[in-house]
Design a protein around this ligand. Structure first.
Ligand code: ADP
Ligand code: GN1
Ligand code: MG
Length: 360
């Protein structure tokens, strides 16, 4: 991205003081995030939201406003919910080029954001954050939310897109990834299990975050307790198992999402237990079936994410930002390694979930 685009965007927002620095920030795969500092010492998060991924900026920002207001009305610390700053003409965002849009949040001060838990307590706190988020939104009218990315966690639909990419094989890469393709196809039937339970109404639709990576949670820098959940672009109606599952996929993994040495990648049962305990504590209203499907959420969110990385690899890396050749393939491989490890540990995952669901 050229400098001109963020420089143009900065001056369209109301802020305290004059900007003195603006630097790329964070590790997101989709948007571009900048830490903006002004001469008064105020800090902001300036973001360019990817317009080819998020095609309805008005709907997306309406969701963000409604959700952040709802959460802010339920807590006293101003840092418990993201705060938007308007443009000079009173809008929530400003348009950039190529359909992208820019917005400005207050920086959540005196907070930390982690790429991996440093202690079990950090991961427990992220469970409290995401569980609390879901609990705070339990009385929010989910049907009023815009679906910012249709079929986001519809795993059978992700398989359909994978099959299309495979059939097209635009970059002639399929020949190099036959074991990964076989791994995906062997699990197609079970991959649809959550979607079937959602469609049959067995599982309730809730307001969910849908991108519950550890780096989408802020912890208080002093107390290291959960402060708030960020990255609200994918908040949509969904299943509790999606948020639980995606957190396990990322935070209970023993290596980074793009680790090349697969021998380092496992799902930690201790971390699984820690997160489950926090999530069930913060979100006590889950039905028995919702609790029972939490391990399935972990497995299917991980499988689905791997399918998405592999699809993007086959399509020539057009969706997720990559920083080296084969990056999406490396990411897909870690996810499949995690799925295989969860399959080995399945009985333990189910037993832990059952025991904690009984409150033991
Ligand atoms: P992406 O969609 O690209 O993941 P995020 O909204 O998650 O974008 O922002 C990327 C990173 O920027 C986060 O992981 C976090 O470290 C930091 N960040 C985002 N918003 C804030 C905020 N309001 N205050 C402090 N840090 C933030
Ligand atoms: C993307 O934007 P970011 O980096 O928080 C993706 C998630 C994936 C994740 C994998 C809108 O999240 O769905 O799980 O990468 N977000 C979108 O790391 O597709
Ligand atoms: Mg993020």
């Amino acid at each position: 991205m050229d400098n001109a685009s963020y420089k143009n965007a900065i001056h369209r927002f109301v802020m305290d003081g004059e900007p003195v620095s603006c630097e790329l920030y964070g590790c997101g795969h989709i948007n571009h995030t900048f830490l903006l500092t002004t001469d008064t010492g105020r800090r902001y998060i300036l973001q360019m939201v990817n317009g080819s991924v998020f095609q309805d900026p008005d709907g997306l920002m309406e969701n963000v406003v409604a959700i952040t207001r709802h959460i802010a009305s339920k807590c006293s610390d101003p840092r418990c919910s993201l705060r938007l700053n308007p443009t000079v003409d009173g809008k929530l965002y400003t348009r950039g080029d190529k359909g992208n849009m820019w917005r400005l949040y207050d920086y959540v001060e005196n907070s930390i954001c982690l790429q991996a838990p440093e202690t079990p307590e950090d991961f427990y706190q992220s469970a409290i954050a995401f569980g609390t988020f879901q609990q705070q939104l339990a009385d929010f009218p989910a049907e009023t939310l815009h679906e910012t990315i249709p079929n986001f966690h519809n795993t059978p639909d992700r398989y359909r897109k994978f099959r299309e990419a495979l059939a097209a094989d635009k970059c002639s890469r399929a020949k190099d990834v036959q074991p990964e393709i076989d791994f995906v196809l062997a699990r197609e039937e079970e991959a649809g299990a959550l979607q079937r339970m959602r469609e049959s109404g067995e599982l309730p639709t809730r307001v969910t975050h849908n991108d519950t990576k550890l780096n989408n949670v802020m912890l208080d820098a002093d107390t290291r307790k959960a402060l708030c959940v960020i990255d609200l672009d994918t908040v949509m109606p969904g299943l509790a198992a999606y948020d639980f599952g995606d957190s396990i996929r990322f935070g209970a993994a023993t290596a980074a999402e793009d680790e090349q040495d697969l021998s380092k990648m496992e799902m930690s049962l201790e971390a699984y237990e820690t997160f489950t305990r926090g999530f069930l504590t913060a979100c006590p209203g889950l039905t028995d079936l919702e609790k029972k499907t939490l391990p399935l959420g972990a497995k299917l969110m991980t499988l689905e994410c791997g399918v998405r990385f592999l699809t993007d690899y086959l399509e020539g890396d057009v969706y997720f930002a990559i920083h080296r050749p084969g990056h999406n393939l490396d990411r897909a491989r870690t996810q499949f390694k995690l799925v295989a490890d969860m399959e080995k540990k399945w009985d333990d995952m189910a037993a832990i979930t059952e025991r904690l669901s009984r409150g033991e």
